[in-house]
Write a protein that binds this ligand. Structure first.
Ligand SMILES: [Zn+2]
Length: 318
């Protein structure tokens, strides 16, 4: 073996150990490298944020804490953020900016001053959402814009809570999609100063023959929605008792109302002029019915998907 060859062999023997050492180090580094954390998925982020406002300047419902807890639970389950406050100072342009909807949760009386009212009007005009629950209609009698937003002011209620039947007129809305056509539940049943039907899209009405103390007759709206002053408004008169906020169907009703108000679920207006089918036999109504002009308008009828079941129960059905 000549000298040159010997030098080459020695060089290879040295370098192969170096090569093996490098390979081993690389394998160790690969093994020891931490798995990179997955980026947060969009579904984990709150889809939207709502504000629960439960200030009372009149009657204060004992159910307010249960209602707040239940709606925060809905937010946790459904992936939206829920803040709650009784501080009217939140009603400013900056204070309301984070929220897709504001829920007046059993508010009573005069809860906002004029500048706060103006901020809330601007919030709705900019496309904000409002959901009113129970005594939200027993609120701000001196603010006509608010009266239009909620749809009708509270008038009175018979004593206590009673079991009654709610006739669900439209199950195309997210707040009523899960409800039976005849929804029996126990609550304190409000009478209103006016029938809101001409101004809003009624979702459900009370059957006054199933409880005592109703004063609105055959057409007693109890839950509704409407586009209003640039934004969206939804109202339900139920929710007096803490027990309401443990009812699966009532919570589904509220969740749908919040989702509509927040603008994440469309209202899907139904067609009020079609003939009822045999599958949605409406309850018997007294002969006295509202005038045709008081029935909801049929705007958007052309866009209604023909394959959807028609669940509207016209008031003209006897
Ligand atoms: Zn009440």
């Amino acid at each position: 073996m000549n000298k040159q060859l010997l030098q080459w062999v020695h060089a290879w023997r040295r370098s192969r150990w170096l090569l093996l050492a490098l390979l081993a180090a690389g394998a160790l580094a690969a093994w020891a490298r931490p798995v990179p954390a997955a980026p947060p998925e969009p579904a984990q982020l709150p889809a939207f944020r709502i504000l629960l406002f439960s200030r009372t300047e009149g009657y204060r419902h004992a159910a307010i804490p249960a209602a707040i807890a239940a709606i925060k639970g809905l937010g946790s389950e459904e992936g939206f953020a829920v803040d709650s406050t009784e501080d009217a100072a939140m009603f400013s342009d900056i204070g309301l900016a984070p929220y897709a909807a504001v829920v007046f949760l059993m508010t009573t009386g005069d809860v906002l001053d004029e500048s706060q009212q103006a901020a809330f009007e601007r919030y709705i005009a900019a496309g904000g959402g409002y959901a009113g629950i129970h005594s939200a209609s027993d609120t701000e009698y001196g603010w006509p814009w608010y009266g239009g937003l909620v749809g009708a002011y509270f008038a009175n209620h018979p004593r206590g809570t009673q079991r009654a039947t709610i006739l669900v007129e439209n199950r195309l809305h997210p707040s009523t999609a899960d409800l039976p056509l005849q929804w029996q539940r126990t609550d304190e049943w409000y009478n209103f100063q006016t029938n809101p039907r001409a101004r809003v899209q009624v979702l459900a009405r009370l059957d006054e023959t199933t409880y005592n103390g109703g004063t609105m007759g055959a057409d007693h709206p109890i839950a509704w929605y409407h586009a209003y002053a640039g934004g969206r408004a939804w109202y339900t008169a139920g929710g007096h008792s803490s027990a309401s906020y443990s009812e699966e169907l009532f919570l589904a009703h509220i969740l749908g109302g919040i989702r509509y108000a927040a603008g994440v679920a469309p209202a899907e207006p139904s067609t009020p002029t079609s003939t009822p089918t045999a599958t949605n036999t409406p309850p018997t109504l007294p002969v006295t019915t509202p005038t045709p002009s008081a029935t909801p308008t049929a705007t958007g009828v052309a866009g209604a998907p023909p394959q959807r079941p028609q669940l509207w129960l016209p008031l003209t059905r006897r």
